[in-house]
Design a protein around this ligand. Structure first.
Ligand code: GLN
Length: 201
């Protein structure tokens, strides 16, 4: 069986929830989950998750700790990445907010907080290609306002809510706050399929 390390950007947001979901989804895969805060943490990982939280804060901390460009480069060269909510904003090309420079891993334009404030957060039923229906939480979620048509694999009504292209997976919602592991399983399949290991350089 393959041994793999998946990193989770560990400054702020729902880090522990992702750790739990990844561990549960990876139970039979010899998976190790590692928080990423410093350049040396990237060495040896085969996938990375950027969690939900506050994208302006996570962006600032990624830069303060000197790992924004490293992660961007690794993802551009094939490191599988899953960005949820704030994480999606960070891996998109256009964020519509000068305080958050998107990495451009997904060719997408997003709008932050597009459904309104915290009290406008909601549970929504989405349709996902090859999975089917899921009910998931949208928390001060962004909207995807432009994306490559062939990258859209999940919708809430007509709105795209999941993008997948190459080694990147981006979601406007929070699968880690549900018991449903199917999105994390999809990501671990991508990690296994890609067979990439970061040298952290
Ligand atoms: N509104 C947040 C942001 O723009 C994202 C919300 C979330 O990750 N739950 O950073």
């Amino acid at each position: 069986m393959i041994f793999m390390i998946v990193g989770i950007v560990g400054f702020q947001g729902d880090v522990q929830e992702h750790v739990k979901s990844l561990r549960r989804a990876g139970r039979s895969r010899k998976l190790q989950v590692r928080p990423i805060r410093r350049p040396e943490d990237i060495d040896g990982i085969s996938g990375i998750v950027i969690p939900g939280g506050e994208s302006t804060t996570i962006y600032k901390l990624l830069n303060t700790y000197g790992i924004y460009n490293l992660i961007k480069l690794e993802c551009k060269t094939g490191l599988p990445v899953m960005g949820t909510c704030a994480g999606l904003i960070l891996i998109s090309k256009e964020t519509g907010d000068p305080r958050v420079n998107g990495m451009g891993i997904l060719n997408a334009t997003v709008t932050r907080n597009a459904y309104g404030r915290q009290k406008e957060s909601f549970m929504g039923e989405i349709s996902v290609d090859s999975i089917g229906k899921m009910v998931v939480p949208f928390i001060r979620a962004p909207k995807i306002i432009n994306a490559d048509e062939d990258s859209i694999i999940g919708r809430y009504g007509n709105e795209p809510v999941i993008l997948r292209k190459g080694n990147a997976l981006g979601l406007t919602f929070h699968p880690e706050l549900t018991d449903d592991l199917r999105i994390h399983e999809m990501f671990l399949d991508m990690v296994e399929g890609e067979g990439y290991t970061s040298t952290g350089e």
